[in-house]
Design a protein around this ligand. Sequence first.
Ligand SMILES: [Zn+2]
Length: 1003
Amino acid sequence: MPPPAALRQDSEAIRMDSLGKTSASRPPGQNGNANTEIPGNSGDSNTGLHKRSIYEQNGVAVCSQKRALCIATVVFAILFAVSLIIAFAGPQNDCPCAGEKPANLEAEDEGDDGGPFATNGEVFPWNNVRLPTFAHPTRYNITIHPNLTTLEVKGQVTIEFYVDKETNFIVFHSKNLTINEKMIQDRKGHRLKISQLLEYPKHQQLYLELEESKFRKRGNYTVHLRFTSKLGNELEGFYLSSYVTADGDKRHLATTHFEPTYARSAFPCFDEPQFKAKFKMSIFRDRFHIALCNMPVVNTEDAGFYMGTGLLRDDFQESVEMSTYLVAFVVCDYKRVTEMTSRNVSVSVYAPEAMLPQAQFAVKTAAKIMDYFEAYFGIHYPLPKQDLIAIPDFAAGAMENWGLITYRETSILYDPEETSTAAHQWVAIVVAHELAHQWFGNLVTMKWWNDLWLNEGVASFLEHKGVDHVAPEWGMMNQFILDKTQSALHLDALASSHPISVPVKDPSEIEAIFDTISYNKGAAILYMLEEFLLEEVMKKGLNDYLNTHKYGNADTNDLWAVFTKHANHSFDVKSIMDTWTQQMGFPLITISREGNAILATQKRLLLSPRENDTDLLTPKSPFDYKWYVPLSYYTNLQPRVTTNVWMNLTDVSFEVPPAVEWIKVNVNQTGFYRVNYSEDMWTSIITTLHNNHTVFTPADRASLIDDAFTLCRAGILNATIPLKLSLYLLNERDFVPWSTAIEHLESWSKMMSETAGFKKYIAFMKTLLGPVTAYVGLNDTGSYSTRLLRSNVLEAALIANIEGVVKPAKLLFKNWMEKGTRIPPNLRDLVYAAGIKYGGEKDWNYCWNMYKKTQIPSEKVILLKSLGQSMDPWILQRFLLASLDREEIRPQDVEPVIAVVAHNPEGQFLAWRHLKAYWPRFQTMFGNGTFTLSGFITVVTSTFCTEYDLQEVSEYFKKVEVGSGQRALEQSLETIRLNIHWVKENAETINQWLHNYLKIDKS
Ligand SMILES: [Zn+2]
């Protein structure tokens, strides 16, 4: 799952985002009731008998042998009813002490009142949020009938399992499901009496205990459950979504999102990633709908005969062994476009019919990237088809369900005439990210969520490679440091960060680690690893890892082991990488020189001086905050010759020729660390940048900017160093360094906003941006990176109010609104924002109506962001209130709305007031466990920079529940303290420097 797209596009904190045989291994008749459908259907439809594919019959679904089925149905219904009567009529034993005591080894969750208690008031005998490990599911038969009108869901699941020790109970997951019928059978089809089925909602678990008999060691059993539930509103589990056609028709669809712990709310299951099993689905649907699942449909039957409803039932091919969180199914009225991979695997994109033209890019890209990953991993994609589907209401960016990948619309739809270059790239990146997961995550899965980074870090690392393969002209690998390394370094320098490997247990803890550290730091340390292992070793290692563990689970140590092996044991990869995954943070490498010797020392970099001084705030590290650092550098004598030196948990010194004036460490920012130099070396580097900045590569220029500004933020460098350095930007024309610089310059602008030097600072930004603004111009032409540079620079120019940009942008807006003159996609961010910012209610209403009307998802995003640029508080307030109504703004877009208002100087405090006023409502809207709450806290509060705001935020959140936003809150509070400190230490220095600089500049 990649981070939600909104995060990426609106701030730097993006979070993006099955095959087999028939289950007819049992002879029909012996176990005919194992596969009953809803409602009360005979089981033989799943035994493989009497099956007809609608495709084999020219699209006509024919129900033959109706008579036989009818008899079977009636017989089964009677048998099942009798069995239930017997089960319920038997002596009830409510005492959990019957038989074997549950192996309640980790009694970690004593309720406040001595619990845990089941819903019926009984003690719930299993007191662990994790399931017992002795029961192993092997196959699920699931039948689901969602009613998209009443929202009622009827379901039935049959789980085959075995136990590897004698026991009288099993525990599995269920959340918000009403279990109506239950039955247990042994291998021969004999029923075992159930003494009790208890539910413990806090752990989302069911406890099923046998009355007299026991599950025998190595015995195979089947549990049958019928249940009902409702299609949800929240964007998790099995939920309802909708879209509006161009004619204003509202269409509904039912879709799933299970990662990490929501499969249990769609059907009872063993919902932990290591419990892999085969899944065989059947879905009831209306004739005007289609049903999609991980696997292709093998049979469609007219269910009207049983139900008198005119429904059809699709039966899907059985999946390969997979984890529950990767199961997916969708009922909708979409159409598709299809491409074939070179091995003839069908790749389709499903979308509402009117949007299909926008699916062309994704389907072509997906087919090519499937070929690329098959070659890269050396393993064929194991399913017969790959579907990608656009879901209108979607919380993450996308989700890698095996064979049925779900995407937010903006992560998959692209219109060459209407979509910007950045949004275009985003589609390619998310498509590649989810396809990488088909191997990394789906074929081999982490044993437990503490190793989430194995899924997400690897997919985030490989996505750029995938895109680079299909579109080398985009220069994706140059953008890697912007997208991954820099954002991770930024967060990981807080004392409230966390190690990549982190113990997690309950669902909200699991949800909380879908963050920048798991995704971006994970990707960045793999990028660093590849630098010293080299690409071939990396590829061989990944191939070995996937082959060794396919259809199974693995952990971080398994990955390190294959790399060590394929590097011929020249590196002990585990020892090296443990220092990067098991402790948080990263080292600051300080470079000093004595004669011809360069000394490089390492010390953990913490931004906040207060945190720096307090050991108490720093959890102990197994490595005492020292790292194995692969140090790379070059000198002014040979700027294209890289030398590597290892720092093995220590400092290091090495010789350089006497003529060396400076060295540049961390070549191309491929290492996950920052570098400080002695003052004379900084001066020498800055002089070189001013004289001829191309001595350094674009990535190195970006890394010098990033390090200088960050070290100033940490109180390590005087503000005059980044100020002097940034003057070289007058000559800079490359996207990567400019993107880094704008990030820091705008951050400074926010912190300077209440200081005496603010106006001078804005004048300075105007000066820096002047030449590059003139260079990019307002014509949407040039290479990919030029277009990216243009969007980036012009948006910054608007914030700095550069007349040469604002004036023409306002004119373009006027012509668009009044005459319908088309605006090139890459200028729309700028033009809409300028129109709204300097316009009034009429302009705002026009954009709002366009937002409501457009059928182009990328256009919707731009309009939504622009609507928050107004300088009128009344309009901004109206906008915030509209975001509370899901008919006006989709829940997934609430965070971008709040973010853009909070980012607007006129809206910052409105957004904060809104967050406080509606916090309980957000908790209900999004669920207390979702990452959405973290996002709200971060976007609203982390730019505050006064003591007063710090008090406000800290006091408010003491009074309310924060859910999975706890870490985000700590990070925000630390960031605010940091901002306050920075202003105190630097504002006057900057003011003075700017005063002198602007005087000289003018003269
Ligand atoms: Zn992912």
